[in-house]
Design a protein around this ligand. Structure first.
Ligand SMILES: [Zn+2]
Length: 142
């Protein structure tokens, strides 16, 4: 349709970049309120076929990390937001930052006890295994 016109106007224009026949708003309904556009890096995109698979994987990760953190929350009386847990988990590679263990992991907040909750960011939280986390616990807290 407009191909001839475009080809004469812009001789270097490739057909796949010609949006002159595009319909404005055609895909708007695919972006419901609150959805985000996240660009997957090629290695990740190669694993997931569609956004549903990405969402399933992220739900599973979020549930696992949330469960893990609830153990620590009871011990330290600290509520670490899921967003912070996910950031810490990703940054620390899902393992103890001291020995690299991947079992019995806990989120360790640098300011346990009464000050907890005032400055909970990924910078004040780290992943530790039970062997490295528990020695810091005060006997009176348990
Ligand atoms: Zn450790």
């Amino acid at each position: 349709m407009n191909q001839e016109l475009n080809n004469t106007d812009e001789p270097d224009m490739l057909d796949e970049y010609d949006f002159s026949g595009g319909v404005r708003g055609k895909y708007v309904s695919r972006f419901p309120k609150g959805s985000s556009v996240i660009v997957l890096e090629p290695d990740v995109a190669g694993v997931f076929e569609d956004s549903e698979l990405v969402n399933q994987a992220l739900r599973t990760l979020t549930e696992a990390v949330t469960r893990l953190a609830s153990v620590t929350s009871a011990e330290h009386r600290t509520l670490i937001p899921t967003k912070v847990k996910l950031e810490v988990w990703s940054r620390d590679g899902g393992k103890c930052v001291i020995c690299g263990a991947t079992d019995e992991l806990h989120f360790d907040h640098d300011v346990p006890g009464s000050k907890a909750g005032t400055s909970i960011t990924a910078a004040t939280v780290k992943l530790l295994c039970a062997r490295h986390n528990l020695p810091k616990t005060k006997p009176g807290l348990r």
